[in-house]
Design a protein around this ligand. Structure first.
Ligand code: PLP
Length: 394
């Protein structure tokens, strides 16, 4: 179905931060398949893990024990606030599971009337019927029948509106610690702390959607660790599988109190192939020094981009982000900026708020960052020439 506006470009293979076309042209990949290829392309450890698992066992269903899944769950809970994990196959499913965990928690406590969840303008939580309702964006909701009930949206960063939206039916607050699709909008740590306080006072569950921000992307294993605020429930996906479809819903034992045998499930979720890849991703991400490398590269990228803002005041406005989740807010249309960067063989991803996202693989080197920034500079010069030309024509 023609639901994607695809660029006229196809790739035959990848190596680290590079994507290579059929005719051997090399593109520097600062999109990572939308923050998915955390370890770049064809990472030897992931290739070996999936090859070895493929020869043994792909899928057995959740009718049986899956030891590698228990291991991956234990590694995720050891590294986080959580006690339990549910494995899914995508970000939307991980968020849906989070919503179900929160609703079932209150149902199990005999407070089934509490099912509503407060979300924030500019949010993105996925494309299933419930997650488009959670995200609240009209362009994704329109035409798909009655909007799933149970989501109340308040303006980004508006604590008073949030407090006013809490009612007797409210169960939880759902937020991305950094809005990704919404334009790399970082939620200030003080706001997350205020949310935690409100949730504690009002007996609400706090859900973080870390589908894009999790697994090292922002220079900490999870983005909420910048603030010291812990959620009750968290959705992960994207980087967790390094390119293999894998999502996870993490929760405290208390938050997941309603999740008993049979109340939720997934045929594919947590199968041995996915679990082998997830464990292999964590082998690399949890290795000493890896997360520090991400933080260091993120800092370098933002420093270098600051010079780009100074040099191109006509086309770019500011740099945003945390770690290697970086955004350039543009003055020129972001689609045009993305296109001139593609002409320079640098791949980026557009986002809301007229932002171009730079999401390199977490293994990116200082040299590759230098190369990307040089291409951005050249691309913007070309765009500015074009804009001046267009003005001359007019
Ligand atoms: C990408 C994304 C999702 C949806 O993930 P899918 O795998 O496309 O279903 C949900 N939440 C956030 C924050 C995302 O960035």
């Amino acid at each position: 179905m023609p639901v994607f506006a695809r660029a006229p470009l196809a790739f035959e293979r990848g190596e680290g931060c590079w994507l290579i076309t059929d005719d051997g042209e090399r593109y520097l990949d600062f999109g990572s398949g939308v923050a998915v290829n955390a370890l770049g392309h064809a990472h030897p450890h992931l290739v070996e893990a999936i090859r070895a698992q493929a020869e043994k066992l792909w899928h057995v269903s959740n009718l049986y024990q899956i030891p590698d899944g228990e291991r991956l769950a234990r590694r995720l809970t050891d590294a986080s606030f959580a006690d339990v994990v549910f494995f899914a196959n995508s970000g939307a499913e991980a968020v849906e599971a989070s919503v179900k965990v929160a609703r079932k928690h209150f149902h199990a406590k005999g407070e089934g009337e509490r099912f509503r969840i407060i979300t924030f303008e500019g949010a993105f939580h996925g494309r299933t019927l419930a997650t488009i309702a959670a995200g609240g964006q009209a362009k994704y909701i329109e035409g798909f029948g009655p909007k799933v009930d149970g989501f109340d949206q308040v303006p980004f960063g508006d604590l008073e509106a949030l407090k006013a939206a809490i009612g007797p039916e409210t169960a939880a607050i759902l937020i991305e610690p950094v809005q990704g699709e919404g334009g790399v909008r970082v939620v200030p740590p003080a706001f997350l702390r205020a949310l935690r306080e409100i949730c504690d006072e009002r007996d609400l569950l706090l859900i973080f959607d870390e589908v894009q921000t999790g697994v090292g992307r922002t220079g900490t294993l999870f983005a909420h660790q910048h603030s010291g605020v812990e959620p009750d429930i968290m959705a992960l996906a994207k980087g967790l599988g390094g390119g293999f479809p894998l999502g996870a819903c993490l929760a405290t034992r208390e938050a997941a109190s309603g999740m008993t045998a049979g109340v939720h499930g997934s045929t594919f979720g947590g199968n041995p192939l996915a679990m082998a890849v997830g464990n292999a991703v964590l082998d690399v991400v949890l290795a000493p020094g890896f997360i520090e490398h991400v933080a260091e590269m993120g800092l370098l990228l933002r420093q270098r981009l600051a010079a780009i803002v100074d040099a191109h005041p006509e086309t770019v406005a500011e740099i945003r982000g945390e770690g290697l989740l970086t955004g350039i807010r543009c003055k020129a249309p972001n689609s045009e900026v993305s296109a001139v960067l593609r002409d320079e063989k640098l791949l980026t991803v557009a986002a809301g708020d007229n932002v171009v996202r730079l999401l390199p693989p977490l293994i990116v080197t200082a040299d590759e960052i230098g190369e990307a920034v040089a291409r951005i500079d050249r691309g913007l010069v070309a765009l500015e020439r074009k804009m001046i030309g267009a003005r001359g024509d007019a």
